[in-house]
Design a binder for this molecule. Structure first.
Ligand code: NZQ
Ligand code: ZN
Length: 393
């Protein structure tokens, strides 16, 4: 196990009707004026937004609303939010939505507390000195932004999708009512399920040894998600299944399953170029890429893939041919994705004729113009990236 710092300061308020506590939480934190940030309309249609506003009003918290966050949140709206928040003297950002809304709120929070252009943070040109406080009411179990240190933003001018990671952006509180996720379209629910599994797998595939405790926690988390996700195909209003998946979403990405080890995150980097260029759902992009990534790197550590196959995917160990066991684990996860009606290739993702030019552009962007390799489990250079994209086509 390698040295680590585990910092997960977000107060989680979990369960039915918890959204009514938002106003009071902000009041207790001593803030007075909120930018209420939300997405394209689901929170309005469901009546959630009205309930949140009622909670703010009853706690005496003033607010200004800014909706319109798109999935794969855009830099232009972030800039608009920064200008609005400065003009209105906002002292707290309340995100009502999923990863996109929360990430956009985090970006605005950086923008109002740091000099210069906020995009410079995402371009790794500088580091933030501060971040205004953010809280959230989560409406989709997926990205894990409600407890994570990341914000992922797309500059639509050139389709550059970049993340900025800093502990200072971790939300002060995350209100998580599983009932709020009942209205999700099946595709979004299942994209979220894939993302949750991927956040765990990206850390599971590590070169560090003696990481048994977290291996077992990660395996338990994945087993629980694999058990509960199919229940939601049958009954999207299954509270208990929604609750298990929602909590798994936070625990998969708050840092816990990455303690004592170095994670990989190559599949995430490869996917970010897909969602930047084609505006696809992040989780669906991950299921389209991961099986190819896994087959490409399989030989690097057959034992670890076999462990995953046996302990998580229920494959019987073939002691004489461990590679066969390892390989079957990948096949079984791919089958599981299919059973959730998730794509397992880029074509199935809806990108029917990915051209060589588009492929090269994704590799160029993913490698920051050939300047970076991605992944830790296996370091991937631009040629590797291209081969994986080709396998995933
Ligand atoms: O905009 P609305 O109308 O709300 O619709 C959203 C959106 O279309 C809809 N939705 C959300 N809650 C709903 C609902 N529809 C009905 N009922 C509800 N209760 O779902 C769609 C997707 O929402 P989005 O916020 O984009 O989903 P998700 O949470 O998957 O976030 C994806 C974004 O997070 C980034 C991704 O790259 C992507 O940009 N990520 C952020 C991370 C982080 N900050 O730690 C880590 C992740 O790996 C990821 O990269
Ligand atoms: Zn993700």
């Amino acid at each position: 196990m390698i040295n680590f710092v585990y910092y997960s300061p977000t107060k989680v308020i979990f369960g039915r009707d918890t959204e009514s506590q938002a106003g009071n939480e902000i009041k207790v934190l001593g803030h007075k004026k909120v930018l209420l940030h939300y997405g394209g309309g689901s929170a309005k249609q469901s009546g959630l937004l009205d309930r949140v506003i009622a909670s703010l009003n009853s706690a005496g918290i003033a607010h200004v609303a800014l909706g319109g966050v798109k999935p794969n949140p855009r830099l232009s709206l972030v800039r608009e939010g920064i200008a609005l928040a400065k003009k209105e003297k906002i002292d707290f950002l309340l995100a009502v939505g999923g990863g996109s809304v929360i990430d956009s709120a985090k970006a605005i929070a950086y923008g109002i507390t740091n000099e210069g252009d906020v995009w410079d943070l995402y371009l790794a040109k500088k580091k933030a000195v501060a971040c205004a406080p953010v809280g959230c009411i989560l409406t989709i179990a997926a990205a894990g932004s409600e407890t994570s240190y990341s914000s992922v933003i797309t500059d639509e001018n050139g389709n550059h999708k970049r993340s900025y990671n800093d502990d200072i952006s971790r939300p002060k509180f995350a209100i998580m009512n599983p009932e709020l996720t009942y209205t999700l379209p099946e595709y979004q629910t299942m994209s979220g399920v894939v993302d949750i599994l991927m956040h765990t797998l990206e850390r599971y595939f590590t070169n560090d040894r003696q990481v048994e405790l977290i291996d077992r926690m990660a395996e338990g988390l994945m087993l629980s998600v694999i058990e509960n996700a199919p229940k939601l195909l049958k009954n999207p209003r299954d509270y208990d299944a929604r609750a298990e998946i929602m909590w798994a979403g936070s625990l998969s990405h708050n840092g816990l399953t990455g303690t004592g080890r170095t994670g990989d995150f190559a599949s995430h980097q490869l996917e970010h170029e897909l969602s930047a260029m084609f505006d696809v759902a992040h989780g669906a992009g991950l299921s389209a890429v991961w099986p190819s990534w896994a087959r490409y790197v399989l030989k690097h550590d057959i034992a670890r893939f076999a462990q995953f196959a046996v302990r998580v995917m229920g494959v019987e160990m073939n002691y004489f041919q461990p590679e066969e066991t390892a390989s079957r684990g990948i096949d079984k996860l791919e089958d599981f994705f299919r059973s959730l009606r998730m794509p397992v290739t880029i074509t199935e993702l809806g990108i029917k004729d990915l051209t060589e030019k588009q492929l090269d552009e994704m590799v160029e962007k993913c490698s920051w113009g050939g300047k970076r390799v991605i992944g830790q489990f296996v370091k991937l250079d631009p040629l590797d990236m291209k081969k994986i994209y080709q396998m995933a086509r």
